[in-house]
Design a protein around this ligand. Structure first.
Ligand SMILES: Nc1ncnc2c1ncn2[C@@H]1O[C@H](COP(=O)(O)OP(=O)(O)OP(=O)(O)O)[C@@H](O)[C@H]1O
Ligand SMILES: [Mg+2]
Length: 470
Protein backbone atom coordinates (compact mmCIF):
# COMPACT_ATOMS: atom_id res chain seq x y z
CA UNK A 1 0.00 0.00 0.00
CA UNK A 2 1.34 3.40 -0.98
CA UNK A 3 0.87 4.88 2.48
CA UNK A 4 3.21 2.27 3.97
CA UNK A 5 6.01 3.02 1.52
CA UNK A 6 9.02 4.57 3.22
CA UNK A 7 9.15 8.34 2.87
CA UNK A 8 12.26 9.96 1.46
CA UNK A 9 13.03 13.64 1.85
CA UNK A 10 15.37 15.27 -0.65
CA UNK A 11 17.02 18.44 0.66
CA UNK A 12 18.61 20.20 -2.32
CA UNK A 13 18.70 23.92 -3.05
CA UNK A 14 18.50 23.62 -6.82
CA UNK A 15 14.91 23.14 -7.91
CA UNK A 16 15.95 21.54 -11.17
CA UNK A 17 18.28 19.04 -9.47
CA UNK A 18 15.53 18.29 -6.97
CA UNK A 19 13.25 17.44 -9.86
CA UNK A 20 15.92 15.25 -11.46
CA UNK A 21 16.46 13.27 -8.24
CA UNK A 22 12.72 12.77 -7.85
CA UNK A 23 12.69 11.46 -11.37
CA UNK A 24 15.48 9.00 -10.52
CA UNK A 25 13.33 7.55 -7.77
CA UNK A 26 10.06 7.48 -9.69
CA UNK A 27 10.07 3.71 -10.12
CA UNK A 28 11.04 3.02 -6.50
CA UNK A 29 8.45 2.19 -3.81
CA UNK A 30 9.04 5.43 -1.92
CA UNK A 31 7.01 8.51 -1.17
CA UNK A 32 9.42 11.22 -2.25
CA UNK A 33 9.30 14.88 -1.30
CA UNK A 34 11.72 17.67 -2.19
CA UNK A 35 12.45 20.80 -0.13
CA UNK A 36 14.83 23.53 -1.33
CA UNK A 37 16.25 24.88 1.94
CA UNK A 38 17.24 24.09 5.51
CA UNK A 39 14.27 25.79 7.17
CA UNK A 40 11.73 23.74 5.23
CA UNK A 41 13.75 20.61 5.93
CA UNK A 42 13.72 21.32 9.68
CA UNK A 43 10.00 22.07 9.60
CA UNK A 44 9.37 18.78 7.85
CA UNK A 45 11.51 16.90 10.42
CA UNK A 46 9.45 18.33 13.24
CA UNK A 47 6.15 17.72 11.56
CA UNK A 48 6.62 14.31 10.06
CA UNK A 49 10.12 12.85 10.03
CA UNK A 50 10.87 10.81 6.91
CA UNK A 51 12.51 7.39 7.04
CA UNK A 52 15.36 8.52 4.77
CA UNK A 53 16.85 11.83 3.79
CA UNK A 54 19.10 12.76 0.88
CA UNK A 55 20.84 15.81 2.24
CA UNK A 56 22.92 18.33 0.35
CA UNK A 57 25.35 19.92 2.78
CA UNK A 58 25.41 23.26 0.97
CA UNK A 59 22.10 24.95 1.51
CA UNK A 60 21.24 28.61 0.96
CA UNK A 61 20.06 29.32 4.50
CA UNK A 62 22.07 26.93 6.69
CA UNK A 63 24.79 24.33 6.81
CA UNK A 64 23.39 20.87 6.07
CA UNK A 65 25.59 19.58 8.91
CA UNK A 66 23.34 21.40 11.39
CA UNK A 67 20.39 19.37 10.14
CA UNK A 68 22.37 16.15 10.44
CA UNK A 69 23.44 17.09 13.95
CA UNK A 70 19.82 17.74 14.89
CA UNK A 71 18.84 14.29 13.66
CA UNK A 72 21.76 12.75 15.51
CA UNK A 73 21.23 14.56 18.80
CA UNK A 74 17.52 13.81 18.86
CA UNK A 75 18.21 10.20 17.93
CA UNK A 76 15.69 10.45 15.13
CA UNK A 77 15.38 7.14 13.31
CA UNK A 78 16.23 8.56 9.90
CA UNK A 79 18.70 7.08 7.41
CA UNK A 80 20.65 10.09 6.15
CA UNK A 81 22.61 10.00 2.89
CA UNK A 82 24.80 13.03 2.27
CA UNK A 83 25.19 14.62 -1.14
CA UNK A 84 28.59 16.31 -1.44
CA UNK A 85 30.22 18.43 -4.07
CA UNK A 86 33.13 16.86 -5.89
CA UNK A 87 36.27 16.89 -3.77
CA UNK A 88 34.67 17.60 -0.40
CA UNK A 89 35.20 14.14 1.00
CA UNK A 90 36.51 15.55 4.29
CA UNK A 91 33.13 17.02 5.02
CA UNK A 92 31.47 13.77 4.11
CA UNK A 93 33.67 11.93 6.57
CA UNK A 94 32.69 14.41 9.27
CA UNK A 95 29.09 13.74 8.40
CA UNK A 96 29.57 10.01 8.85
CA UNK A 97 30.75 10.74 12.36
CA UNK A 98 27.39 12.35 12.99
CA UNK A 99 25.65 9.21 11.99
CA UNK A 100 25.13 9.73 8.26
CA UNK A 101 24.74 6.35 6.62
CA UNK A 102 26.71 7.08 3.43
CA UNK A 103 27.57 9.85 1.01
CA UNK A 104 27.26 10.24 -2.73
CA UNK A 105 29.33 12.65 -4.76
CA UNK A 106 27.85 14.99 -7.32
CA UNK A 107 26.99 14.54 -10.10
CA UNK A 108 24.65 11.86 -8.89
CA UNK A 109 24.31 8.64 -10.74
CA UNK A 110 20.82 7.13 -10.68
CA UNK A 111 21.88 3.57 -9.99
CA UNK A 112 24.23 4.56 -7.18
CA UNK A 113 21.53 6.70 -5.61
CA UNK A 114 18.94 3.91 -5.69
CA UNK A 115 21.29 1.32 -4.20
CA UNK A 116 22.59 3.63 -1.48
CA UNK A 117 19.08 4.59 -0.43
CA UNK A 118 17.92 0.99 -0.42
CA UNK A 119 20.86 -0.07 1.78
CA UNK A 120 20.29 2.85 4.10
CA UNK A 121 16.64 1.97 4.57
CA UNK A 122 17.44 -1.71 5.07
CA UNK A 123 19.92 -0.88 7.77
CA UNK A 124 17.52 1.49 9.45
CA UNK A 125 14.96 -1.28 9.60
CA UNK A 126 17.53 -3.63 11.06
CA UNK A 127 18.68 -1.26 13.77
CA UNK A 128 15.08 -0.43 14.54
CA UNK A 129 14.40 -4.13 14.95
CA UNK A 130 17.46 -4.59 17.15
CA UNK A 131 16.40 -1.67 19.34
CA UNK A 132 12.92 -3.05 19.63
CA UNK A 133 14.16 -6.50 20.58
CA UNK A 134 16.51 -5.01 23.13
CA UNK A 135 13.72 -2.86 24.50
CA UNK A 136 11.40 -5.80 24.76
CA UNK A 137 13.75 -8.25 26.33
CA UNK A 138 16.16 -6.61 28.67
CA UNK A 139 15.61 -3.08 29.74
CA UNK A 140 17.92 -2.51 32.71
CA UNK A 141 16.15 0.70 33.63
CA UNK A 142 12.85 2.31 32.84
CA UNK A 143 12.02 5.88 33.85
CA UNK A 144 12.94 5.98 37.57
CA UNK A 145 13.28 2.19 37.85
CA UNK A 146 16.56 0.32 37.89
CA UNK A 147 16.15 -3.43 37.42
CA UNK A 148 16.64 -6.08 34.81
CA UNK A 149 14.81 -9.01 36.43
CA UNK A 150 11.96 -10.77 34.66
CA UNK A 151 9.29 -9.61 37.11
CA UNK A 152 10.36 -6.02 36.47
CA UNK A 153 10.37 -6.55 32.70
CA UNK A 154 6.74 -7.56 33.10
CA UNK A 155 6.05 -4.39 35.11
CA UNK A 156 7.68 -2.22 32.40
CA UNK A 157 5.56 -3.89 29.78
CA UNK A 158 2.31 -3.34 31.66
CA UNK A 159 3.24 0.32 32.09
CA UNK A 160 3.99 0.56 28.35
CA UNK A 161 0.55 -0.72 27.51
CA UNK A 162 -1.37 1.02 30.28
CA UNK A 163 0.21 4.46 30.04
CA UNK A 164 -1.47 5.75 26.86
CA UNK A 165 -4.94 4.96 28.17
CA UNK A 166 -6.95 6.94 30.69
CA UNK A 167 -7.78 3.83 32.69
CA UNK A 168 -7.13 3.90 36.41
CA UNK A 169 -4.09 2.00 37.57
CA UNK A 170 -4.06 0.31 40.96
CA UNK A 171 -0.56 -0.33 42.28
CA UNK A 172 0.09 -2.77 45.10
CA UNK A 173 3.31 -3.95 46.66
CA UNK A 174 5.13 -4.05 49.97
CA UNK A 175 6.58 -0.91 51.43
CA UNK A 176 9.62 0.36 49.55
CA UNK A 177 9.04 -1.63 46.35
CA UNK A 178 8.74 1.49 44.19
CA UNK A 179 5.01 2.22 43.99
CA UNK A 180 5.60 5.94 43.70
CA UNK A 181 8.34 5.37 41.12
CA UNK A 182 5.79 3.31 39.20
CA UNK A 183 3.10 6.00 39.35
CA UNK A 184 5.54 8.57 38.00
CA UNK A 185 6.69 6.21 35.27
CA UNK A 186 3.09 5.79 34.11
CA UNK A 187 2.63 9.54 34.01
CA UNK A 188 5.87 10.13 32.14
CA UNK A 189 5.13 7.35 29.68
CA UNK A 190 1.66 8.74 28.97
CA UNK A 191 0.75 11.61 26.68
CA UNK A 192 -0.02 13.64 29.81
CA UNK A 193 3.71 13.82 30.55
CA UNK A 194 3.85 17.56 29.91
CA UNK A 195 0.99 18.22 32.30
CA UNK A 196 1.29 17.89 36.07
CA UNK A 197 1.68 14.81 38.21
CA UNK A 198 0.03 15.49 41.55
CA UNK A 199 0.81 13.03 44.33
CA UNK A 200 -1.44 13.02 47.37
CA UNK A 201 -0.59 10.89 50.36
CA UNK A 202 -3.88 9.88 51.97
CA UNK A 203 -2.10 8.63 55.10
CA UNK A 204 -0.09 11.77 55.80
CA UNK A 205 -2.94 14.27 55.86
CA UNK A 206 -5.32 14.52 58.82
CA UNK A 207 -8.73 13.14 57.96
CA UNK A 208 -10.66 16.36 58.39
CA UNK A 209 -8.33 18.21 56.03
CA UNK A 210 -8.26 15.53 53.39
CA UNK A 211 -11.46 16.50 51.60
CA UNK A 212 -10.22 20.04 51.14
CA UNK A 213 -6.82 18.72 50.01
CA UNK A 214 -8.48 16.82 47.20
CA UNK A 215 -11.37 19.06 46.27
CA UNK A 216 -10.33 22.46 47.61
CA UNK A 217 -12.65 24.71 49.56
CA UNK A 218 -14.34 28.09 49.34
CA UNK A 219 -13.80 30.93 51.73
CA UNK A 220 -15.72 30.45 54.95
CA UNK A 221 -16.34 26.74 54.36
CA UNK A 222 -15.01 26.04 57.86
CA UNK A 223 -13.18 27.85 60.62
CA UNK A 224 -9.83 28.88 59.27
CA UNK A 225 -10.88 28.82 55.63
CA UNK A 226 -10.04 32.47 55.11
CA UNK A 227 -9.74 32.27 51.35
CA UNK A 228 -10.64 29.95 48.49
CA UNK A 229 -8.22 27.11 48.05
CA UNK A 230 -7.62 24.95 45.00
CA UNK A 231 -7.46 21.22 45.65
CA UNK A 232 -5.39 18.46 44.10
CA UNK A 233 -8.22 17.54 41.70
CA UNK A 234 -8.08 20.94 40.06
CA UNK A 235 -4.28 21.08 40.12
CA UNK A 236 -4.14 17.77 38.30
CA UNK A 237 -6.55 18.90 35.56
CA UNK A 238 -5.16 17.59 32.27
CA UNK A 239 -2.59 15.53 34.16
CA UNK A 240 -2.40 12.68 36.64
CA UNK A 241 -3.66 12.47 40.21
CA UNK A 242 -1.79 9.92 42.30
CA UNK A 243 -3.72 8.83 45.39
CA UNK A 244 -1.05 7.19 47.49
CA UNK A 245 -1.97 4.96 50.48
CA UNK A 246 -5.55 4.96 49.23
CA UNK A 247 -6.59 2.32 51.77
CA UNK A 248 -6.10 4.87 54.56
CA UNK A 249 -8.84 7.13 53.25
CA UNK A 250 -11.82 7.83 55.44
CA UNK A 251 -14.97 5.92 54.44
CA UNK A 252 -17.04 9.09 54.08
CA UNK A 253 -14.54 10.60 51.77
CA UNK A 254 -14.35 7.36 49.81
CA UNK A 255 -17.93 7.85 48.65
CA UNK A 256 -17.14 11.37 47.50
CA UNK A 257 -14.09 10.08 45.71
CA UNK A 258 -16.22 7.40 44.06
CA UNK A 259 -18.54 10.04 42.67
CA UNK A 260 -15.56 12.04 41.43
CA UNK A 261 -14.01 9.02 39.73
CA UNK A 262 -17.33 8.08 38.13
CA UNK A 263 -18.35 11.50 36.87
CA UNK A 264 -15.18 13.59 36.72
CA UNK A 265 -17.05 16.21 38.75
CA UNK A 266 -16.86 17.29 42.37
CA UNK A 267 -17.86 20.09 44.71
CA UNK A 268 -15.21 22.02 46.60
CA UNK A 269 -15.89 22.00 50.35
CA UNK A 270 -18.54 24.60 51.14
CA UNK A 271 -19.43 25.16 47.49
CA UNK A 272 -22.63 24.26 45.71
CA UNK A 273 -21.25 24.35 42.20
CA UNK A 274 -19.97 21.28 40.42
CA UNK A 275 -16.53 21.50 38.91
CA UNK A 276 -15.37 19.27 36.11
CA UNK A 277 -11.80 18.22 35.43
CA UNK A 278 -9.97 15.81 33.19
CA UNK A 279 -7.82 13.68 35.45
CA UNK A 280 -6.13 10.33 35.15
CA UNK A 281 -6.17 8.41 38.42
CA UNK A 282 -3.44 6.22 39.78
CA UNK A 283 -3.65 4.80 43.28
CA UNK A 284 -1.41 2.72 45.46
CA UNK A 285 -1.47 0.85 48.71
CA UNK A 286 0.86 -1.49 50.58
CA UNK A 287 -2.10 -3.25 52.17
CA UNK A 288 -4.03 -6.08 50.62
CA UNK A 289 -6.96 -4.12 49.17
CA UNK A 290 -9.33 -7.10 49.12
CA UNK A 291 -8.63 -7.70 52.78
CA UNK A 292 -9.47 -4.06 53.44
CA UNK A 293 -12.69 -4.51 51.51
CA UNK A 294 -13.48 -7.68 53.46
CA UNK A 295 -12.82 -5.85 56.72
CA UNK A 296 -15.17 -3.04 55.71
CA UNK A 297 -12.46 -0.39 55.63
CA UNK A 298 -12.43 0.06 51.87
CA UNK A 299 -15.63 0.53 49.90
CA UNK A 300 -16.08 -2.36 47.55
CA UNK A 301 -17.65 -0.23 44.79
CA UNK A 302 -14.76 2.21 44.95
CA UNK A 303 -12.27 -0.61 44.88
CA UNK A 304 -13.74 -2.10 41.72
CA UNK A 305 -14.01 1.33 40.11
CA UNK A 306 -10.30 1.97 40.75
CA UNK A 307 -8.98 -1.54 40.23
CA UNK A 308 -9.04 -1.37 36.43
CA UNK A 309 -5.41 -2.07 35.63
CA UNK A 310 -3.65 -3.72 38.57
CA UNK A 311 0.13 -3.57 38.81
CA UNK A 312 1.82 -5.53 41.55
CA UNK A 313 5.39 -4.60 42.38
CA UNK A 314 7.32 -7.68 43.43
CA UNK A 315 9.25 -7.64 46.69
CA UNK A 316 13.01 -7.25 46.30
CA UNK A 317 13.64 -10.80 47.59
CA UNK A 318 11.55 -12.07 44.69
CA UNK A 319 13.84 -10.47 42.15
CA UNK A 320 17.33 -11.44 43.14
CA UNK A 321 18.68 -10.41 39.75
CA UNK A 322 18.08 -6.78 40.67
CA UNK A 323 19.72 -6.70 44.09
CA UNK A 324 23.34 -6.17 43.02
CA UNK A 325 22.29 -4.01 40.10
CA UNK A 326 20.44 -1.70 42.47
CA UNK A 327 23.22 -1.83 45.06
CA UNK A 328 25.77 -0.73 42.44
CA UNK A 329 23.45 1.96 41.19
CA UNK A 330 22.99 3.45 44.66
CA UNK A 331 26.69 3.06 45.48
CA UNK A 332 27.69 5.04 42.38
CA UNK A 333 25.09 7.68 43.11
CA UNK A 334 25.94 8.24 46.77
CA UNK A 335 29.71 7.95 46.24
CA UNK A 336 29.44 10.74 43.69
CA UNK A 337 27.27 12.85 45.98
CA UNK A 338 29.59 12.39 48.94
CA UNK A 339 32.83 12.54 46.95
CA UNK A 340 33.89 9.03 48.04
CA UNK A 341 36.00 6.45 46.21
CA UNK A 342 33.81 3.42 46.94
CA UNK A 343 33.34 1.45 43.74
CA UNK A 344 32.05 -1.99 44.63
CA UNK A 345 31.22 -4.73 47.14
CA UNK A 346 33.45 -7.61 48.20
CA UNK A 347 32.13 -11.08 47.56
CA UNK A 348 31.02 -11.67 51.15
CA UNK A 349 28.86 -8.55 51.06
CA UNK A 350 27.43 -9.62 47.72
CA UNK A 351 26.38 -12.99 49.14
CA UNK A 352 24.85 -11.33 52.18
CA UNK A 353 22.89 -8.96 49.95
CA UNK A 354 21.65 -11.84 47.81
CA UNK A 355 20.59 -13.97 50.73
CA UNK A 356 19.05 -11.27 52.90
CA UNK A 357 15.30 -10.95 53.05
CA UNK A 358 15.06 -7.12 52.56
CA UNK A 359 11.78 -6.57 54.43
CA UNK A 360 12.02 -2.85 53.59
CA UNK A 361 12.75 -3.65 49.94
CA UNK A 362 14.50 -1.14 47.66
CA UNK A 363 14.18 1.69 50.17
CA UNK A 364 16.01 -0.38 52.78
CA UNK A 365 18.76 -1.30 50.32
CA UNK A 366 19.08 2.34 49.37
CA UNK A 367 19.38 3.38 53.03
CA UNK A 368 21.96 0.69 53.76
CA UNK A 369 24.16 1.87 50.89
CA UNK A 370 23.79 5.52 51.80
CA UNK A 371 24.69 4.72 55.38
CA UNK A 372 27.86 2.89 54.29
CA UNK A 373 28.93 5.62 51.89
CA UNK A 374 28.49 8.39 54.44
CA UNK A 375 30.35 6.57 57.19
CA UNK A 376 33.20 4.81 55.38
CA UNK A 377 36.04 5.32 52.93
CA UNK A 378 37.91 2.86 50.78
CA UNK A 379 37.22 1.16 47.49
CA UNK A 380 35.29 -1.97 48.40
CA UNK A 381 32.42 -2.28 50.81
CA UNK A 382 33.18 -5.01 53.35
CA UNK A 383 30.95 -6.77 55.83
CA UNK A 384 32.10 -4.75 58.86
CA UNK A 385 30.86 -1.56 57.16
CA UNK A 386 27.29 -2.86 56.96
CA UNK A 387 24.72 -1.67 59.49
CA UNK A 388 22.91 -4.26 61.62
CA UNK A 389 21.44 -6.75 61.10
CA UNK A 390 23.40 -7.24 57.89
CA UNK A 391 26.82 -7.18 59.55
CA UNK A 392 25.80 -10.05 61.83
CA UNK A 393 24.68 -12.33 59.07
CA UNK A 394 26.93 -15.11 57.85
CA UNK A 395 26.36 -15.43 54.13
CA UNK A 396 25.77 -19.18 54.43
CA UNK A 397 23.47 -18.82 57.40
CA UNK A 398 21.39 -16.03 56.03
CA UNK A 399 18.86 -18.21 54.38
CA UNK A 400 18.04 -19.67 57.78
CA UNK A 401 17.33 -16.22 59.14
CA UNK A 402 14.60 -15.95 56.54
CA UNK A 403 12.48 -18.29 58.57
CA UNK A 404 10.35 -16.65 61.22
CA UNK A 405 12.15 -16.41 64.53
CA UNK A 406 12.08 -19.83 66.15
CA UNK A 407 9.56 -20.05 68.90
CA UNK A 408 7.64 -22.90 70.43
CA UNK A 409 4.94 -23.98 68.10
CA UNK A 410 1.51 -24.72 69.44
CA UNK A 411 1.16 -28.42 70.12
CA UNK A 412 -1.51 -28.76 67.47
CA UNK A 413 0.98 -27.86 64.77
CA UNK A 414 3.03 -30.95 65.37
CA UNK A 415 1.67 -33.74 63.30
CA UNK A 416 1.79 -37.18 64.79
CA UNK A 417 4.33 -38.94 62.65
CA UNK A 418 3.50 -42.43 63.89
CA UNK A 419 -0.06 -42.57 62.73
CA UNK A 420 -1.58 -41.72 59.40
CA UNK A 421 -5.11 -40.43 59.41
CA UNK A 422 -6.81 -39.99 56.08
CA UNK A 423 -9.07 -36.97 56.07
CA UNK A 424 -10.71 -34.78 53.42
CA UNK A 425 -8.22 -32.45 51.77
CA UNK A 426 -10.57 -29.56 52.43
CA UNK A 427 -10.29 -30.12 56.21
CA UNK A 428 -6.53 -30.44 56.07
CA UNK A 429 -6.33 -27.24 54.09
CA UNK A 430 -8.54 -25.43 56.56
CA UNK A 431 -6.51 -26.69 59.47
CA UNK A 432 -3.23 -25.69 57.83
CA UNK A 433 -4.52 -22.21 57.13
CA UNK A 434 -5.90 -21.75 60.64
CA UNK A 435 -2.67 -22.97 62.18
CA UNK A 436 -0.64 -20.59 60.07
CA UNK A 437 -2.88 -17.69 61.02
CA UNK A 438 -2.55 -18.54 64.70
CA UNK A 439 1.19 -19.01 64.37
CA UNK A 440 1.61 -15.55 62.88
CA UNK A 441 -0.61 -13.88 65.49
CA UNK A 442 -3.47 -13.24 63.04
CA UNK A 443 -1.19 -11.56 60.55
CA UNK A 444 -2.83 -12.84 57.39
CA UNK A 445 -0.34 -11.51 54.86
CA UNK A 446 2.51 -13.26 56.69
CA UNK A 447 0.51 -16.44 57.06
CA UNK A 448 -0.29 -16.30 53.36
CA UNK A 449 3.35 -15.75 52.47
CA UNK A 450 4.39 -18.74 54.57
CA UNK A 451 1.74 -20.89 52.89
CA UNK A 452 2.74 -19.63 49.47
CA UNK A 453 -0.70 -18.26 48.60
CA UNK A 454 -1.99 -14.72 48.25
CA UNK A 455 -3.71 -13.15 51.26
CA UNK A 456 -6.89 -12.78 49.26
CA UNK A 457 -7.02 -16.56 48.88
CA UNK A 458 -7.14 -16.85 52.66
CA UNK A 459 -9.81 -14.16 52.98
CA UNK A 460 -11.91 -15.88 50.34
CA UNK A 461 -11.59 -19.26 52.02
CA UNK A 462 -12.53 -17.76 55.36
CA UNK A 463 -15.66 -16.29 53.83
CA UNK A 464 -16.60 -19.69 52.45
CA UNK A 465 -16.11 -21.32 55.86
CA UNK A 466 -18.22 -18.61 57.49
CA UNK A 467 -20.94 -19.14 54.92
CA UNK A 468 -20.85 -22.91 55.49
CA UNK A 469 -21.19 -22.41 59.21
CA UNK A 470 -24.40 -20.35 58.85
N1 LIG B 1 13.41 -0.21 40.96
C1 LIG B 1 13.92 0.87 41.55
N2 LIG B 1 15.00 1.48 41.04
C2 LIG B 1 15.53 2.56 41.65
N3 LIG B 1 15.06 3.10 42.76
C3 LIG B 1 13.98 2.55 43.31
C4 LIG B 1 13.34 1.41 42.73
N4 LIG B 1 12.30 1.06 43.50
C5 LIG B 1 12.27 1.94 44.51
N5 LIG B 1 13.28 2.84 44.41
C6 LIG B 1 13.60 3.90 45.37
O1 LIG B 1 13.28 3.38 46.64
C7 LIG B 1 12.60 4.34 47.43
C8 LIG B 1 11.21 3.83 47.77
O2 LIG B 1 10.41 3.82 46.59
P1 LIG B 1 8.88 4.28 46.62
O3 LIG B 1 8.72 5.47 47.50
O4 LIG B 1 8.39 4.39 45.23
O5 LIG B 1 8.28 2.99 47.32
P2 LIG B 1 6.80 2.71 47.80
O6 LIG B 1 6.44 1.37 47.27
O7 LIG B 1 5.93 3.85 47.46
O8 LIG B 1 6.97 2.58 49.37
P3 LIG B 1 5.89 2.88 50.56
O9 LIG B 1 4.84 1.82 50.47
O10 LIG B 1 6.70 2.77 51.78
O11 LIG B 1 5.36 4.25 50.29
C9 LIG B 1 12.60 5.62 46.63
O12 LIG B 1 13.70 6.39 47.01
C10 LIG B 1 12.75 5.14 45.21
O13 LIG B 1 13.37 6.11 44.42
MG1 LIG C 1 4.88 5.22 48.62
Amino acid sequence: MASEDPSVLIVEDSLSLGAVYRGYLREEPYQVEHVPDGASAMARLQREPPQAMLLDLQLPDMDGMAILRHVHEHRMPIAVVIITGHGSVDKAVDAMRYGAFDFIEKPLNQKRMIITLRNALDRLQMSDLVDRIRDDFQRDHYHGFVGVSLPMQAVYRIIDSAAPSRATVFITGESGTGKEVCAEAIHRQSDRRDAVFVPLNCAAIPRDLMESEIFGHVRGAFTGAVRDRIGAAKLADGGTLFLDEIAEMDLDLQSKLLRFVQTGTYQPVGSTTLERVDVRFICATNRDPLAEVAAGRFREDLFYRLHVIPIHLPALRQRQDDILELANHFLARYAKEEGKELIGFDSEVQSIFLAYEWPGNVRQLQNVIQNVVVLYDGELVTRDMLPPPLNDLEPGAVSKSRRPAPRPRPAAVQSPSDEVAIRPLKDIEKEAIEQAIAYFDDNIPRAAAALGVSPSTIYRKRQTWDAERH
